[in-house]
Design a protein around this ligand. Structure first.
Ligand code: SF4
Ligand code: SF4
Length: 237
């Protein structure tokens, strides 16, 4: 899912308005969503799949895009096979593609349109904010972020940093403090883009003893409780 979002975010770069990214920062929401989902599991509710990135990506690709892709290819080769003299050649190519890449019969699952819409919705956030889903909604990201403090592999910035702001601008996760030195370790996905763009070679990634996060997750107790109560209410409903 992250790779798909990265690709589509690049395509949307031209229409994305930079100013919007500075107005809204809802990254705490993903922690509340995680609480909601964990409590809902206690009540045997099965709504996790609607927010799990692996589930969304698998469903969107396997149940929606894949069948449409097959029908498109079949339709195209059905047309090409009718071309005089060279039609048989396309028939052989079509058979080869079918046997190597695609199933012979790709069923359309009931409700595949809803799954496709869910995938499109996740991707479409990129028109307004870069990596919006990963930063603000993804419960898997929230869970990994909670454990990131125990990670040994972390971003480190040397004293040669001039606070030019290039890494801050290029970090898709918004994980770097405005002076370029601090890292929200819970948000960093270790893509190392910041290291590549740093003109001073000030950034390294290496083993560091677990320390307290410089920018810890700041959750409000009230919102935390609301998440839990909403989850219980969801079940009772
Ligand atoms: S790109 Fe390098 S020099 Fe510039 S703020 Fe980031 S770490 Fe500092
Ligand atoms: S590695 Fe650097 S650019 Fe990538 S998410 Fe972490 S801080 Fe941001």
């Amino acid at each position: 899912m992250g790779t798909t979002i990265d690709i589509t975010d690049r395509l949307f770069a031209g229409i994305r308005k930079k100013s919007l990214g500075k107005i809204y920062d809802g990254r705490r929401f993903k922690y509340y969503l995680l609480v909601f989902l964990l409590i809902s599991l206690l009540f045997t509710s099965q709504c996790v799949g609607w927010f799990d990135p692996i589930s969304i990506a698998t469903n969107a690709y396997a149940m929606s895009i894949h069948p449409y892709g097959i029908h498109l290819i079949d339709g195209l080769f059905g047309y090409l096979r009718e071309i005089p003299f060279i039609g048989n050649l396309f028939a052989v190519i079509h058979k080869g593609i079918q046997s190597v890449l695609f199933a012979y019969h790709a069923p359309f699952f009931r409700g595949h349109g809803i799954l496709l819409c869910a995938g499109v919705l996740v991707i479409s956030f990129g028109m307004a904010y870069r990596r919006y889903w990963c930063k603000n909604i993804c419960p898997m990201g929230a869970m990994l972020a909670l454990f990131s403090d125990w990670s040994f592999f972390k971003r480190q910035v040397s004293s040669s940093c001039t606070s030019c702001g290039l890494c801050v601008e290029r970090c898709g996760m918004g994980a770097i403090s405005s002076d370029g030195h601090g890292t929200m370790e819970g948000e960093c996905v270790l893509c190392m883009t910041c290291q590549k763009v740093c003109p001073e070679n000030s950034i390294t990634f290496g083993v560091r003893q677990p320390t307290e996060q410089r920018h810890a997750v700041d959750l409000s107790k009230r919102a935390f409780l609301v998440s839990g109560i909403t989850s219980a209410a969801w079940y009772l409903y």
